[in-house]
Every structure is written in C-alpha cells, then in structure tokens.
Design a protein around this ligand. Structure first.
Ligand code: KIV
Ligand code: ZN
Length: 506
C-alpha cells in the first residue's frame, strides 16, 4: 500500500509574497476555497504580522475553510506569534508556523545572534506558541546551509517544546537531491525524539531543483511537502504542487507515496491563480502549461490517435481538462448554459451572477459561431465580483489609425454620477488608459500589459491582464472581450477599482 504524504500549500503566503502576485482579501478567500476543493492538507494563508490586510485575509480564510488546516507564519517573536494566533484561532484546525534562521550566514549577518541564542529563542517561542495553539510547525530557515549537528539540536529542542512538525527549508534553492535526501536521513537518525514530529520540506527553485529535491526528501522520509500552485513564490518560486501531485500519482511504482490531492481540480486552480494575479503560466510548463497536452507534430498525432499511451503518460482529464462535445451557441438557453457552468465545476448558486454571466454569454455567442468551454471559463474567471466596481464602464469610442493620433472618448459612472472625458495617446490602448486616468482622477504607471487569445480563430475572446503602479503599490487587473481595446479597458478599470476601493477603506 502506498504511504500517505501531506501537502502543505503556501500559495497564499510564499506565493503571494512574490512581486506581482498580491491578492486582495476576496481573492484570497476565493483561492482558499479552490485550494480546499483541491484537497490540500494544510494551507498557509499568510504572514499575520505583515500588515492588517494580511491579518484580515488569514482570519477570513480561517473562517471559511473547513476541511484543511489553516496556518499563519510568524518569526520566532511573541508579537508575531500573537498575531498568527489571533488570525487562525477560529479555524477548525489552526496551526502556528514559526521560524528562525539556523545557518551561519543568516545568524551572523541577519540575526546577529550566536547558536546558543538562536536555540534558546526557537525553544522558548515554540513553547510560547504551543500554549496558544494545539499545532505548531517550526522552520529552521536556510536549513540546507546550516551545520547539521546544530540543526539536530535545534529540532530536538523544539520538538521537546511542543512542535509537532519540523520543517527543513531549502530557503535559497541551493541544495541538490542527493545532499537533501542525506540531510533528511541525518535528521531521522540523529534527532532522538523525531518520532514525535512530522518532517516537512520546503524547496525553492533557484537552480530548477525544487521538485527534484522535494521528491528526494520524500523518499528519505519527509512526509509533509510544502509547495505552491504553478510553482509561484519568492524569486524562482517554490516546488510546484501540480508537478509533485502528478509525479506521485503517475509514478506510484517508483515512489510508493500518495497524496490526498484531487487532481481533477488542478487545471481549475492553476487558471484561477493566473486570472486573479494576471500572471500567465509559461506555455510549456509541466502539467498546467497551455501546451502540456498539445500534440502538434503529425507523428505524435498519428500515435495518439492509434493509442493515446504512445505519447501521453497522463490524461488531460486527470487534471480536469475536459472538452464537452456539445458546443454552445446563440440558440442555447439559460438551462444549457447553467448546466455547462456546473459541468465545468463552477457553482451556479448566485442567481444574480448567473443572470449577468448568461447575458455576457449571449453577447459573445452573437459575435462567435460557437462558444467553447475555454470561453465560458474565461467569462466566469474574469467576472469582477471580487472587487467593488466603483467606476463602471458605460461606453467608449476610439478613433485611431496609422496617420493620426489615437483618441478615446469614454463614459464611466460612479454611483449615479455620469463621468465623461476624452484623451489622446500613443495608440488606442494608451488613449483609453489616459481617459480612465482623467475621468477617475487616479494616475498610475502601466508596468505590465499582456494579451492573449482564449481560443483559436479570428473571433476569439481576447484576455488582457495589466499591472499598474500608483503610490508605490501594485494592482493587477484583467478583462475579456472579443474587442481587444474593450478587454484592455476592462482590465485597466479592474485594477483602478481595486486601488480606489483600497483608498476608500484607508
Ligand atoms: O523559504 C523559507 O525558508 C520559508 C520559511 C519561512 C518557511 O519560506
Ligand atoms: Zn520559502
């Protein structure tokens, strides 16, 4: 029988920490629900002391999620631990995750503490946290560059103080599979009370070894694997959850390990992160890239048609990629649309939202001959219900050409007020973004702009994601439309509305 390993997802913490991946409270809760549907065992919802926004989001996730443990990160400091406990205490299964660096370089230059002081602080803070919370995870930051003998002593002390999970992070993505596997074996053999704790691993991907190192550790006896969806995270990111889950599923013969991940939720979770953050996955990314299951060459296509196993080691369906044979079009009714929304795994409970989505579907179906599942997913994922639409787009007219200055005339509404202005710019997108700035009175710089077609064909939906910066903060936005300027304006307004609602709360 395969042995069970636990998946600790840190997309909402280590993932969100990476530049460009920040999410607001509603988006974090939406993603947390999807991570619950994916059946992760633990989700790290944030770093409670980092900001009031982080605290509130962890608290909201803790109140929402019922079927997995919710953790909050804390340095080994009382104020951090108090904040974490405050944020997770209402969770069905709360966990405080506390860390301190143990490598010579971190202790000397960052902490300015010696080994004895680090050991004492780790022990005292774990004991302090354990008095508050039934489950404590302790991380020895930069463990892979720490002295092994010192690590053993730290782990022994924190287990005695009440930690039931000890984490061995490869914080800077420096280790190699053989070395890391040996470290895990060393911990098993040299920490006398290790039978009282779960060994966890947390691998960064700086040398592209995040997943390989995690698997080497799992073979050596680590039973909690920390990872993020799409591999997002600090610098080159963390070990990718979808890769670990599918490797362990596809190569049970090699690893003999199993997770509780519902792999058919992988595609949806991956898409949701891209939609929320506006950051697309590279097309050739294993498991979740757009090309991961695409077979272009004639030889491959022939093989696949004869027997899919010739070139396919796992099925697209196993990660939740399915294409319904019956396409929807302009004659499809409300029932057929709702059926499809449900068969794609989305909830149709919110009637108002479904009415709005159906109206959007009808507009799209009028423009396109057939509406694919990918189109419907894009409409659902790009709905703006996660933000308050302070400024609403009423209409726009664009004038542009090769020998003229582009002009955008735009009407927005704010509550009952109708706001209108005209702006010129370097092309239609620039002109319309300037019109948004003039009307809303919010100035920003555009840091990133991406556009891609949701499906093939000239009538494809265009999906635009933008990243804007104002007052030193970054806001993402996205929008879809068959009209690329329309999609760009929607994306821009999405980001501006995020900014405006944050300013309203301030
Ligand atoms: O990479 C790391 O060391 C971390 C710890 C705080 C767990 O993210
Ligand atoms: Zn990390």
């Amino acid at each position: 029988m395969a042995e069970r390993v636990y998946i600790f997802d840190t997309t909402l913490r280590d993932g969100e920490q990476a530049p460009g991946y920040s999410m607001n409270l509603e988006e974090k809760v939406r993603l947390a629900k999807q991570l619950e549907a994916l059946q992760v065992d633990v989700m790290e919802a944030g770093f409670a002391i980092a900001s009031p926004g982080d605290f509130a989001a962890i608290e909201a996730v803790a109140a929402t999620v019922k079927n997995c443990t919710v953790a909050s990160l804390s340095r080994s400091l009382k104020k951090d631990i108090d904040a974490s406990w405050g944020a997770v205490k209402k969770a069905v299964s709360p966990r405080i995750h506390t860390f301190i660096a143990t490598s010579p370089i971190h202790m000397k230059y960052k902490l300015k503490m010696d080994e004895a002081a680090v050991l004492e602080q780790a022990k005292t803070m774990v004991a302090y946290a354990r008095n508050l919370c039934p489950e404590i995870e302790f991380s020895a930051e930069d463990a892979s560059r720490s002295e092994w003998e010192f690590l053993y002593r730290v782990f022994e002390a924190v287990i005695d103080a009440g930690a039931s999970v000890i984490n061995v992070p490869d914080t800077v993505g420096y280790t190699t599979p053989d070395e890391y596997g040996a470290l895990i074996r060393g911990i098993k053999e040299n920490v006398p009370n290790i039978d009282k704790a779960i060994i966890s691993v947390h691998c960064h991907n700086d040398l592209g070894l995040g997943v390989a190192n995690t698997l080497a550790a799992a073979r050596a006896g680590a039973t909690q694997l920390e990872c993020t969806m799409n591999g997002i995270g600090e610098r080159a990111g963390n070990a990718a959850l979808e890769e670990l889950a599918m490797i362990l599923d596809t190569r049970k013969d090699v690893y003999g390990l199993e997770t509780n991940i519902k792999t058919t939720e992988i595609h949806r979770t991956s898409r949701l992160i891209s939609t929320i953050t506006g950051v697309s996955v590279q097309p050739n990314k294993a498991i979740v890239g757009a090309n991961a299951f695409a077979h272009e060459s004639g030889i491959h296509q022939h093989g696949i048609l004869a027997n899919s196993e010739t070139y396919e080691i796992m099925t697209p369906e196993s990660i939740g990629l399915q294409e319904n044979k019956m396409v929807l079009g302009k004659h499809s009714g409300h029932h057929a649309f709702i059926d499809r929304v449900e068969s794609l795994g989305f909830s149709s409970e919110n009637k108002e939202e479904m009415t709005e989505l159906f109206a959007q579907f009808k507009i799209l179906a009028d423009k396109k001959k057939s509406v694919s599942d990918r189109d419907i997913e894009a409409l659902i994922e790009n709905r703006s219900s996660d933000i308050k639409e302070i400024f609403k787009l009423e209409n726009f007219v664009i004038n542009s050409g090769n020998n003229m200055t582009a002009t955008a005339c735009m009407t927005l509404t704010k509550d009952d007020e109708v706001l209108q202005d005209v702006a010129t710019g370097d092309g239609p997108v620039d002109a319309s973004f300037k019109a948004v700035e003039r009307i809303t009175g919010i100035t920003f710089t555009l840091e990133e702009y991406h556009i891609h077609a949701v499906t093939g064909g000239k009538d494809a939906l265009g999906e635009v994601s933008v990243r804007i910066r104002a007052d030193g903060k970054v806001y993402n936005g996205r929008g879809v439309s068959t009209d690329v300027v329309g999609a760009s304006i929607k994306a821009c307004l999405y980001a501006v509305n995020r900014l405006a609602s944050e300013a309203n709360h301030a």
